[in-house]
Design a protein around this ligand. Structure first.
Ligand SMILES: Cc1cc2nc3c(=O)[nH]c(=O)nc-3n(C[C@H](O)[C@H](O)[C@H](O)COP(=O)(O)OP(=O)(O)OC[C@H]3O[C@@H](n4cnc5c(N)ncnc54)[C@H](O)[C@@H]3O)c2cc1C
Length: 484
């Protein structure tokens, strides 16, 4: 695959980011296109390693050496056929995936991995610009007459909906928000993915027969039981959006907000909506609690809103520069990283635990008190005498998500939960017949690539239950209804 000696001839060359000074003035995506010659060479670095561990790294089972080879040969159409046989939305993963495939690339044992994620993006963007992404509408004799309700329009719901519509079922997606897309739409900032990328894909789904009903909060506007009674199957793809809260004195002060409230408002503004009661970082001393993806997205948003200062605080210690002994290839490397938003500025603290918040006379947060910690038996233990106090008039809580929000689902359908509060499933089937679940709702907060993978696998389980045998593809295999 690729060029057997390519990895010796060409070094890894990813896509360049726009200069920080330029990108802080807008919410446009960060990356520039790679020159055509570089794309070809980078595909050529895939080295015919024999056992492609990248397959194992990718939750979708993407056929990576095959499409790397196609990229090297310049056969973008064939590359797209291969890529879209396992991934419904490569334009999402090509922009947003942390790329566990690259961590598992054999070249990464002692060199830099193939730029798999960027090649994926280049393939799918080539496909969009050449008109190769077309609706795949089932023929009249393939229609089953079965109805499926998908609740939630994030990547899991969308992948399930697309697979099921292609298999000939009548699919309706119910979404409580005013726009479709889940966290892709209102969580992830435009500087990571501009929203027209979602819209053009939604047009394809609609052309394939998927119906979207927005502003329907299932459990409130329409009961789960009614939905179950009026459809042959229901897919619960509601995400895991119950945010982890901060339990310290001062939590109730003004200016202490959840990351999703902060990010959603900005995404709405970029979409042209008027936002009442705006949360703004402009001129403020912003502290973000949480060192993950969500925290980074809040950091980039704060920079763009014109924060006076931004500090990101992580409870756990700073990871090592290189893999630790107990974290060998091809595992995901637990190493120090700098995200694109961290590259743009701001301070970072590790091993710091917030102890209390102080407010001003108007009831707004003015200071954050914290203490350094050591991790003992997996738990943070305060280090005596290491207290710090920071000025802070906007505190953003980005400490992760605990579980899906399931009160109505449990009360109205009796669906069982697992011990972490996620929807309990066996092969995507919940405890209630005809009710399935996919994505963060049953896995807990995770990644887009897992949501798409779950959506596909869940669709396969639903289809098999509806027609009596499995017809849709499973991980990494191209069967009857897979594909673009
Ligand atoms: C800020 C942020 C940044 C992230 N960045 C990345 C990243 O860069 N890369 C990555 O791989 N992952 C990232 N993630 C994680 C990723 O977005 C999620 O894992 C993924 O979106 C989960 O998909 P899902 O379809 O399961 O759920 P979601 O995307 O959460 O979608 C669930 C949908 O269900 C709807 N819903 C919920 N309840 C109901 C109801 N009762 N009735 C109707 N609709 C309902 C919600 O409104 C929502 O639209 C990020 C997450 C966050 C919060």
């Amino acid at each position: 695959m690729g060029k057997p000696t390519g990895f010796k001839e060409w070094h890894r060359e990813g896509a360049e980011r726009r200069p920080v000074s330029e990108r802080l003035d807008d919410y446009r995506e960060l990356y520039k296109e790679r020159p055509a010659a570089v794309r070809v060479q980078q595909g050529g670095r895939c080295m015919d390693c024999g056992v492609p561990f990248c397959h194992q790294g990718c939750p979708l089972g993407n056929l990576i050496p095959d499409f790397n080879d196609d990229a090297y040969e310049g056969d973008w159409k064939r590359a797209f056929t291969t890529l879209s046989s396992t991934n419904n939305f490569p334009e999402f993963t090509g922009r947003l995936c942390p790329a566990p495939c690259e961590a598992a690339c054999v070249l990464a044992i002692n060199d830099k991995p193939v730029t798999i994620e960027q090649i994926e993006l280049e393939i799918v963007e080539e496909a969009w610009s050449n008109g190769w992404v077309t609706p795949r509408v089932p023929r009249a004799d393939q229609r089953t007459g079965k109805t499926v309700a998908v609740v939630g329009s994030g990547p899991a719901g969308l992948a399930a909906a697309q697979q099921l519509a292609r298999a000939g079922h009548e699919v309706t997606v119910f979404e409580r928000d005013d726009r479709v897309g889940g966290l892709l739409r209102y969580g992830i900032p435009d500087f990571k993915m501009e929203k027209h990328v979602i819209d053009r894909r939604l047009a394809q789904l609609e052309a394939e027969g998927v119906r979207f009903r927005t502003k329907v909060h299932v459990g409130e506007d329409l009961s789960w039981a009614e939905l179950r009674d009026t459809h042959d199957a229901v897919v619960v793809a509601i995400g895991a959006q119950r945010a982890r809260d901060l339990q310290v004195d001062g939590r109730q002060l003004d200016g202490v907000v959840f990351a999703m409230d902060f990010l959603t408002q900005q995404n709405r503004r970029v979409a042209g909506d008027l936002v009442p009661d705006p949360i703004s970082a402009e001129g403020r001393h912003v502290i973000i609690l949480g060192g993950g993806d969500t925290g980074s997205d809040c950091l980039g948003t704060s920079h763009r809103q014109g924060a006076a200062s931004v500090r990101q605080i992580e409870l756990f210690p700073e990871p090592p520069e290189a893999r630790a002994k107990g974290n060998p290839w091809p595992q995901w490397p637990l190493v120090f990283r700098t995200s694109s938003s961290q590259e743009e500025g701001g301070d970072r603290d590790y091993a710091l635990m917030t102890t209390r918040l102080e407010g001003d006379a108007d009831g707004r947060i003015s200071k954050l008190h914290a203490v350094h910690v050591e991790i003992v038996d997996g738990r943070p233990v305060p280090v005596e005498g290491s207290e710090v106090v920071y000025d802070c008039d906007l505190l953003v809580l980005a400490m992760g998500f605990v579980s899906p929000i399931t009160e109505a689902l449990v009360a109205q359908l009796g669906v069982e939960l697992d011990r972490r509060g996620n929807v309990a499933t066996t092969d995507f089937q919940t405890s209630v017949p005809g009710v399935f679940a996919a994505g963060d709702a049953q896995r807990g907060a995770s990644l887009i690539v897992w949501a798409i993978s779950d959506g596909r696998e869940c669709a396969r389980a639903v289809d098999a239950a509806l027609v009596g045998h499995a017809r849709l593809p499973t991980r990494g295999r191209h069967l009857a209804f897979g594909g673009r």
